[in-house]
Design a protein around this ligand. Sequence first.
Ligand SMILES: Cc1cc2nc3c(=O)[nH]c(=O)nc-3n(C[C@H](O)[C@H](O)[C@H](O)COP(=O)(O)O)c2cc1C
Length: 360
Amino acid sequence: MTSPLLTPLETNLISLTNRVVMAPMNRRRAVNGIPTESMITYYVQRADAGLITTDNTAISANSGAYLHTPGIYTSEQKLAWKKIVDAVHDRGGKIFIQLVHSGRVGHSAIQDGAPLVAPSAIRVSENIRLPDGTHRQMEMPIAIPTAEIPLWIEKFVQASANAMEAGFDGVEIHAAHGFLIDQFINPWSNSRTDRYGGSTENRIRFLVEVMQAVSAEIGRDKTGIRLSPFREIYDLKRYSQELATHQLIMDELQKLNILYVHFSNAMVDGRPTIPTEYLQDARKRFKNLIMIAGGFNIASAEKILSSGLVDLIAMGKLYISNPDLVERIKYDLPLASWDENTFYTEGDQGYIDYPKHHEI
Ligand SMILES: Cc1cc2nc3c(=O)[nH]c(=O)nc-3n(C[C@H](O)[C@H](O)[C@H](O)COP(=O)(O)O)c2cc1C
């Protein structure tokens, strides 16, 4: 029997050869923010995924959080990405770029001295590695003045336009994992008293305005979003209006009629952060594609796909260690395990040297 993961996806917005997505993973290999030749090899090796989503990619000098995060705000970065996109397309693959502004996560020493910006001047308690190898606490961010909010929306728009020029099939806006958009959503990082803070409508306003502006620029059929509801990360905690907030986000995304919503799940104490009831509710509110990632193996991915709750499954760590994941699913071949020690290290080891099954 053919795996449901290998069923093609045909909609009026997009066609994909299978339901297996390569999850966005910042492998921190873009030396000084510029995508490299090794990144071409890495993505080409994985081009038979139904869809690739890239490393989270910075929209400005102070957006990438970690050292060697790729960017797409200079023409050099854009041209380097174009080589990757062309190579993936030559292999018949499809590729979306994940765009991030990391907000208060980061340090000015990593980003050419540019200060951190955030909804409010509330500092993350965690440490981050600096270029000199030392670890320091993330700095106090500057609260973005109301009048400057359109500038940051414009950075998302410009980066999306750059992505189109580089030939990407679409853009995934990173609104998950405690980065800037998530910092606006969550009251633990947003104490604003203007129309971007306080009520549920106000806290999601930045997200909605970014999505409106990006989809107007590149087309709703090329625009996706990643969200991580109910997830505690970078000092963000659960809050009383969380369910209502995420329900309103789904309603607003439905109004914008964008291509997809991508949920980032995590397993905490053996339980998913995104419960089935929430997915059922999201499915009713949002009519286009729903993707989920986080803690799936082949069997559990097939199960949730067959249940009809989601349309696509994004695989993270399994895609690090199994470049030919689709082939392995097709022929029921054993899966290789990954080495965490090389997730974020520089160089090709643990990056482009995982063999395909027939090379073992
Ligand atoms: C090395 C590594 C880097 C990651 N970088 C990103 C990223 O840039 N953007 C993002 O949204 N998620 C990122 N993630 C999370 C993955 O997209 C995915 O949600 C997570 O690995 C859970 O899926 P899995 O159980 O299939 O690995 C990263 C995960 C790993 C392991």
